[in-house]
Design a protein around this ligand. Structure first.
Ligand code: URP
Ligand code: ZN
Ligand code: ZN
Length: 479
């Protein structure tokens, strides 16, 4: 099958060009001067399908480098399976995800990795790769890090929070970092000071401060800044490259910027929720001073931060200055009924997570409309840098000959109303939307995954067997 996308504006991280894109089979074959004429040869009449992208942007498919499909967490499972979550991703213009294999203390890393393949294989609408979570860092986990590298798992996430669930102590962190520095893999860090948070949570519950709002106040920015600084120091000690996940505090960005200015291989992502949502809005307009249980919809970690303190503004700035390099979702959805409601009367029992895999490309495009970032920067943050950061670039993250035919036609004159109320809908398996009422001045029109049109306007044409495992290489972003 040969597809020609004609008359559009191709947007890569490096800039924009009026050009036609020819996809042959699963691969981009050519990026052509407009008019589809190549040395007098009329390309348009020699293809199977022509997509007219006049007035639209033609961008590399989005890459969401931080998802948790059907993750066992907080006494339940994230509500999107690989099937529902990757289909929702496709609807939103994301053609690759990198999901986290979970290893809890005592579990064998390679067994867990095999289990995640079982869950994902034959159930994905778009291509997928894996990061590996390490919790207790056993000796066998260290050898597994080498073995997983050969399997295309080149990044490992550790947690400085969630004691008894995920937390690795500093010695364990150093051990894993030493191995990463030897084998070239990338360490990812959930940077929050877990023991301080556990204490503040216990004190809040004892005081009777039990509403979801207190999830945020018991994870103050100091716990994020301190852990971010500590992770950077441990990475510095060991020489391991470090990627901080889901950054929400401006003080954490400052630590990251300092380390980068010193020339250290330190990188970070933020997520749409930290750009648009805040602790004040989570508190809501309830008659109860400390909010009602509605606030559970936005319980995630790191938490939403105060708008009065200016964190959101600082995140956009960090994205412009490249102190933050990637926007992922940390897609970890839970329904209010039967899942989040486990925390009624005690916010610490609310499963942590927000679902956004379907909306990331739209929400960040809105940043272009608002003048926060440029059009090429939108593509860079949501596709090109994730590809480079996680060893997928060349095949993913760019529109150029030889790359996978993962292409999105985006209509800047279209409109997207996000939410599930009043005739709106989403495709994520969630009984609410964390983004209810968000209006986007743009729309995902056509989504092509390795040459196959999987979304065409309002029609879904994909299947759960379209997505393939992507064997990643080492990071292509290191200094
Ligand atoms: O609230 C969150 N972030 N849930 C998912 C687990 C994690 O820490 O990424
Ligand atoms: Zn995390
Ligand atoms: Zn996460």
């Amino acid at each position: 099958m040969k597809t020609l996308i004609t008359n559009g504006t191709v947007v890569n991280a490096t800039g924009t060009a009026e050009a036609d894109v020819l996809i042959n089979g699963e691969t981009i074959a050519a990026v052509l001067a407009p008019g589809s004429a190549l040395l007098g040869f009329d390309v348009a009449s020699n293809v199977d399908r022509v997509i007219d992208a006049r007035g639209k942007y033609v961008i590399p498919g989005g890459i969401d480098a931080h998802t948790h499909m059907e993750m066992p967490f907080g006494g339940t499972f994230a509500s999107d399976t690989f099937e529902t979550g990757t289909r929702a991703a496709a609807w939103g213009g994301t053609t690759s995800i990198v999901d986290f294999v979970v290893q809890y203390a005592g579990e064998n890393v390679l067994d867990q990795y095999a289990l995640w393949h079982q869950k994902a294989a034959g159930n994905c609408a778009v291509d997928y790769g894996f990061h590996q979570i390490l919790s207790d860092v056993q000796d066998s986990s260290l050898t597994a890090m080498d073995e997983l590298l050969n399997e295309g798992v080149s990044s490992f996430k550790l947690f400085m929070a969630y004691k008894g669930v995920f937390l690795s102590d500093d010695g364990q962190i150093v051990k894993a970092m030493q191995r990463a520095s030897e084998n070239g893999s990338l360490m990812m860090m959930h940077a929050e000071n877990g023991s301080v948070i556990d204490l503040l949570v216990q004190q809040a519950i004892e005081r009777g401060d039990t509403s979801p709002y207190f999830h945020g106040t018991t994870r103050p920015w100091q716990t994020e800044e301190e852990a971010t600084h500590r992770a950077i120091m441990l990475a510095n000690l060991t020489g391991a490259p470090l990627y901080i996940v889901h950054v929400s505090a401006k003080q954490a960005v400052e630590q990251i910027a300092l380390a980068r200015d010193r020339g250290q291989n330190v990188f970070a992502e933020t997520c749409p929720q930290y750009l648009y949502l805040s602790l004040e809005e989570q508190l809501g307009a309830s008659s109860n001073q400390w909010g009602d249980f509605e606030g559970a919809k936005w319980v995630c970690s790191t938490p939403l931060r105060s708008r009065a303190e200016g964190h959101q503004h600082h995140m956009w700035q960090g994205l412009r200055t490249n102190d933050l390099q990637v926007i992922s979702t940390d897609h970890c959805p839970f329904c209010m009924k039967g899942q989040k409601d486990m925390g009624i009367g005690n916010f610490s029992k609310i499963p942590n997570g927000i679902g956004s895999v379907e909306h990331r490309m739209d929400l960040i495009y809105q940043g272009v409309v608002m003048g926060e970032i440029s059009l090429p920067r939108w593509v860079e943050l949501t596709s090109t840098t994730p590809a480079r950061m996680f060893g997928m670039y060349g095949k993913k993250g760019v529109i150029q000959p030889g790359a996978d035919g993962d292409v999105v036609v985006y209509d800047p004159n279209g409109h997207t109303s996000i939410g599930i109320g009043e005739g709106r809908t989403h495709h994520m398996n969630m009984d609410y939307s964390a983004w209810e009422g968000f209006e986007i001045d743009g729309h995902v029109d056509t989504v092509i995954s390795r040459g196959k049109v999987i979304v065409d306007g309002n029609q879904y044409l994909g299947s759960k067997t379209d997505g393939k495992y992507f064997k990643r290489g080492l990071s292509q972003y290191l200094i």
